[in-house]
Design a protein around this ligand. Structure first.
Ligand SMILES: *[C@@H]1O[C@H](CO)[C@@H](O)[C@H](O)[C@H]1NC(C)=O
Ligand SMILES: *[C@@H]1O[C@H](CO)[C@@H](O)[C@H](O)[C@H]1NC(C)=O
Ligand SMILES: *[C@@H]1O[C@H](CO)[C@@H](O)[C@H](O)[C@H]1NC(C)=O
Ligand SMILES: *[C@@H]1O[C@H](CO)[C@@H](O)[C@H](O)[C@H]1NC(C)=O
Ligand SMILES: *[C@@H]1O[C@H](CO)[C@@H](O)[C@H](O)[C@H]1NC(C)=O
Length: 431
């Protein structure tokens, strides 16, 4: 990526720009704990009807220690192969997203001849996680047997507490479309001394490369909205665009730019090593000259060079009011939300189950929200890149409908550069 990614929207000129600056001031003084009704120009902003403004003291106030990303508990470099012919893992269904879904549940059935409460299931994607795909830079004198962390994991006894007696169990896991196929592996020896006992069949989405998880951001001018999304289609394969227009009227098309980043642009381990996962392609399109207050529809498209179109789902948003127009704008501001898995996986030390409550609450109340400011410490991916897709999937219902403005944070920058955040969200508030 060599530092050439433009700062797409480092300034917002819209009814929100004063608010953003006000918050920035509060944030830098770290004295602002709550405010309920701020009169800014002609636009009355009733912030925080839903949430108290959670302003972290600038340092690491609320942030958890770095090693608490659940995936970091797994000693990936210590994995030993102990394949056991009578251990097994079976996953069904094998083909996901038959009706266009990007999220689906799978059921695992597994068993072991020497069951223990330490046994766990790791979800790998791509499914082929054999040592032969290790890049040379990951070697430490000897090649590790496993060179990638799972994208999530769960204890084998999670749904059947008597697993250690019966030796078999079932488990339901939720998968999201993340541009690659999946496999499930049964390990013994706990997280700190993992021994691979069995690997499942492969499970895949019908179109793993499908355009997914659109996130909106208020553009550089009040009447512009940006749409950013992720797909598996690079520009050598297809032309990305957004088909959009006023609700119920003729739709037009706007081109999108395509960016990505590679392993070498990561600052260090684990992002560069076991936490690395191909981020796919991130596309951004600029929808301009919006009419104030109007409803719009949009969907992401990719035109393959043989003429075939690949479509995303259809979404709606409401355009910003005219600056100064007397209007009620409802702004939700929070920080440090984190992410969690609704199937209960990765819940080492209760990592961030509350983030699901926050997300669900926002979705329930979406019709009463005009813009969301997520002021930093986004998903605590901490160098495990799979977590970014999971986060953009978690917030999809919100971010695809109202502008979702991201602020970077000190914590985040230690693992991934703000340029990479900019890339994933096309917007990074300047604090
Ligand atoms: C896994 O990937 C390696 C390296 O790309 C390849 O040699 C091997 O055949 C693959 N295995 C399967 C089962 O696809
Ligand atoms: C399941 O295994 C975990 C990890 O070893 C353990 O903490 C938990 O107590 C076990 N649950 C039951 C019901 O035995
Ligand atoms: C475990 O295996 C036994 C015998 O095959 C079977 O009856 C039982 O339903 C299985 N339990 C689970 C949780 O799969
Ligand atoms: C174009 O290519 C895609 C992907 O390779 C394929 O699925 C599709 O059938 C092709 N369409 C035509 C018209 O050949
Ligand atoms: C958060 O969500 C979980 C799961 O839906 C629920 O059990 C819990 O009560 C919720 N917590 C709060 C504080 O609402």
């Amino acid at each position: 990526m060599d530092g050439s990614v433009p700062r797409l929207n480092s300034e917002v000129f819209s009814p929100y720009s004063h608010l953003l600056r006000f918050i920035e001031t509060c944030f830098s003084l770290a004295i602002c704990t709550q405010f309920s009704s701020v009169r800014i120009g002609m636009v009355r902003v009733y912030g925080l009807l839903l949430f108290l403004l959670v302003l972290v003291l600038v340092s690491f106030g609320e942030a958890r220690p770095h090693d608490e990303q659940p995936l970091s508990r797994i000693a990936v470099h210590k994995v030993q192969f102990a394949l056991n012919p009578s251990a097994y893992v079976k996953a069904t269904p094998t083909l996901l997203g038959l009706e266009g879904e990007n999220i689906q549940w799978v059921t695992l059935v597994y068993g072991s001849p020497n069951p223990s409460n330490d046994d766990w299931i790791g979800v790998f994607s791509p499914a082929n996680f054999s040592a032969s795909i290790c890049p040379p830079e990951n070697e430490r004198g000897f090649p590790p047997l496993l060179c990638t962390a799972p994208i999530k994991y769960q204890y084998a006894n999670y749904s059947n507490s008597n697993y250690k007696d019966t030796g078999n169990a079932t488990l339901k896991l939720q998968l999201i479309n993340q541009r690659a196929d999946f496999s499930f592996a049964l390990f013994s020896g706990g997280l700190s001394n993992p021994k691979l006992m069995a690997v499942s069949n492969i499970v895949t989405f019908v179109n793993p490369k499908a355009p997914v998880y659109p996130r909106l951001a208020q553009g550089k001018t009040w009447n512009e909205m940006t749409v950013t999304w992720t797909s598996g289609y690079g520009i050598s394969e297809a032309e990305p665009f957004v088909e959009w227009g006023p609700l119920g009227e003729n739709q037009m098309r706007s081109p999108a730019g395509t960016l990505t980043f590679n392993r070498n642009s990561m600052c260090g381990a684990p992002a560069r090593t076991v936490g690395w996962r191909d981020p796919g392609f991130i596309h951004t399109s600029f929808l301009k000259d919006l009419w104030p207050n109007s409803m719009y529809t949009y969907k992401q498209g990719h035109k393959l060079f043989n003429g075939t179109y690949i479509w995303g789902q259809k979404y709606n948003f409401r355009a910003s009011p005219y600056p100064g127009q007397d209007s009620l704008q409802r702004v939700v501001i929070f920080g440090d939300m984190g992410k969690a898995e609704s199937d209960g996986s990765n819940e080492y030390n209760d990592f961030q189950p509350g983030s699901l409550n926050t997300t669900y609450q926002l979705i329930q109340d979406l019709k009463n929200i005009d813009i969301v400011l997520h002021i930093g410490d986004i998903c605590y991916a901490n160098g495990y890149l799979s977590q970014w897709d999971q986060f953009t999937s978690q917030i999809e219902p919100i971010a695809s409908t109202v502008p979702y403005m991201i602020g970077r944070s000190v914590f985040l920058l230690a693992y991934i550069t703000c340029q990479d955040v900019l890339l994933i969200f096309s917007y990074c508030l300047p604090w």
